[in-house]
Structure formats: structure tokens, C-alpha cells
Design a protein. Structure first.
Length: 314
């Protein structure tokens, strides 16, 4: 916080001395210097919400004007900072000044007209924290792993800053992208919905050839495989009947399942229906189509089947 002191008139030995605003007579300027090394800022990335991580740069000094600058880091670009992870994968982020409407922080070599340092003035002996924000936008979907960047934090004297820097320390940014495997059950063509994990398909009055469809969407940052388990081995079974003997008693109705147009055999009670590598945030889509088979010998009643879809990391 800046303070303005009124002029002070000090009378001594019949002389009149006027001290300038805000300066204490007889005290020289000192610093600035880091009160503590910038250190490391860490976070776990949230693909759907993004991250705003707050850190502090602590500066001490006496009667001094100063600026704090930040290098572009590994990307060599102030406008497109990035953290680097497994295999050179990138996670974009930005370094912002929360006390200046989230302006992008730069160093003295920032683009003309876009240069922005943290500037301040100390009057007397002071030590203060100066906040900054590491913002990682949502919607990125890089491979799981640890992502890092190092930004050089530099202290300059003066407003505006004058070179060379008085002190330089590294600010390390470390972000963990956790393994993510998510599965959503949605209507045909609908986008991934993390809250939608159940679908109820109602065929109405059963007739051979009646059909229903649904989509599975897998969102993941690792390799995966997708499978379906059928407790009735590919049959709809009369409510209350015993699945093992329902077929011979006319209490089961066969159905066909297609995945992306291909028939998948559920007679063993289990079928692998897909596999893949890390997806985009939109995910991999699997179109499931179910068609009722022969119903001529079926006993009247309500028939059901409960399929379980499992996505597994490879």
C-alpha cells in the first residue's frame, strides 16, 4: 500500500530543512531483495474445471522503488506459456497479476505495449508478499504424468525498472495430470456427460425386430479396453425366472447387440467391445444397437437384462 507523508519541517540550530514526501531523513535506500526464494508451486490438474493456483513473491527493502519480472519459461513465449510432460506433451498455462485485473506477467523483454511487471514502492523498512496466479485453462487433455516449467523471477530497481536485475531466483511450477478413465452412457450423438452412467432401454411390447440404441463415450488419458458383461448371456429373461434354465422353459428372449455396426457375441456372458489410446476431451464414441430376436415361444410377462460396461486401463 502506498502512503503519502506531508512535508515535515525540522528546526535545528536555527536552520530549516525540508524532507521530501515519504522519505525519512538520514535513512538510505536498500534493496530490494527476495525475503524468501519463490520456490515451487504445485497443483493437480482438473480437466473439467481448470486450475487457478495462487503463489506469493516475498520482497524486502527500505525506501526503494522496484519491479518484479518473470521470464517466459521453457516456451519462450509470454502469451503461450506451457508446462512440459511425458514425451514432450504440453499443458498450457498463464502467469497473471491478480491485483491488475489478471494481466499477463512478463519481463522487461516482453512485447511492446504488453509488458507488465509487478511494481511497488517501500517507505521505510518493509517486507511484503506479492501475489501471482498460475492459471491452467480447462479442456486440455494431455497424457497422465508430471508437467513442469521453470520461470526466472527477477528483481529490478526503479519504476520503471532499470537493468541489470539485482537478484534472480527460479520459480518452479509442477502440475500433476492424474490418470483419468471415465465412461458415460448417453443418447445417440449426445456429448460426454460425467453424471450420466445409467441408461434404461424400454422396448415396449416385445416384437421381433424391435430395436433401441444408446452411445457409450470413453474419456481417458491412458490406454484402455472396453467390455460388456451379460448375466443372462445375451437373453432377456422373464422377471423372477432362473436365468440358467429360462431358455428351455420359454422364459428367455434372445437379442442381438451391435457395437459400431458389428455384432458382439454375448453367449459366454462377456464380450470385449473396444480399446483405444488417450482420447481428446470429447472422448471415443461407441454406438450400441440392440435388436429383439424371436419372441414366438415366449411366456407373457416382463423381460429384463442388466448389462454392465467396464472400461479398464491397459
Amino acid at each position: 500500500m502506498k502512503q503519502t507523508f506531508p512535508s515535515i519541517y525540522l528546526i535545528a540550530a536555527a536552520s530549516l530543512m525540508v524532507l521530501g514526501p515519504g522519505l525519512l531523513f538520514g535513512q538510505a535506500s536498500q534493496g530490494p531483495s527476495f525475503g524468501a526464494p519463490p520456490g515451487t508451486i504445485t497443483a493437480v490438474y482438473d480437466q473439467y474445471l481448470g486450475n487457478n493456483i495462487t503463489g506469493d513473491i516475498i520482497v524486502s527493502g527500505r525506501n526503494v522503488e522496484f519491479g518484479i519480472g518473470f521470464s517466459a519459461g521453457g516456451s519462450a513465449s509470454f502469451s503461450q506459456r506451457r508446462l512440459t510432460g511425458p514425451g514432450g506433451a504440453a499443458l498450457e498455462y498463464q502467469l497473471l497479476d491478480p491485483e491488475a485485473d489478471d494481466r499477463v506477467l512478463t519481463d522487461l523483454d516482453g512485447p511492446a505495449g504488453q509488458r507488465h511487471l509487478i511494481y511497488h514502492e517501500f517507505r521505510g523498512n518493509q517486507e511484503e508478499p506479492f501475489p501471482l496466479v498460475v492459471r491452467i485453462p480447462q479442456g486440455q487433455f494431455p497424457p497422465a504424468g508430471t508437467y513442469t516449467d521453470t520461470v526466472q523471477t527477477r528483481l529490478y530497481r526503479g519504476i520503471p525498472a532499470t537493468t541489470p536485475s539485482l537478484e534472480e531466483e527460479p520459480l518452479h511450477i509442477v502440475v500433476t495430470v492424474p490418470p483419468v478413465v471415465r465412461l458415460s452412457v448417453v443418447g445417440r450423438g449426445q456429448p460426454f456427460d460425467p453424471l450420466s452412467d445409467v441408461a434404461h432401454l424400454d422396448f415396449g411390447e416385445l416384437q421381433q425386430g424391435r430395436s433401441e440404441e444408446v452411445d457409450l463415450v470413453v474419456v481417458t488419458d491412458i490406454n484402455y479396453r472396453l467390455s460388456v458383461t451379460s448375466p443372462n448371456s445375451g437373453f432377456l429373461v422373464l422377471e423372477g425366472a432362473t436365468p440358467g434354465s429360462a431358455v428351455t422353459r420359454g422364459e428367455a428372449i434372445p437379442y442381438t447387440m451391435r457395437v459400431n455396426g458389428l455384432i458382439r457375441d454375448l453367449s459366454s456372458g462377456h464380450a470385449e467391445i473396444g480399446s483405444g489410446s488417450p482420447t481428446s476431451i470429447a472422448g471415443d464414441r461407441y454406438e450400441l444397437y440392440f435388436e429383439i430376436g424371436d419372441v414366438r415361444d415366449a411366456t407373457s410377462g416382463e423381460y429384463t437384462e442388466n448389462l454392465t460396461v467396464t472400461v479398464t486401463a491397459q
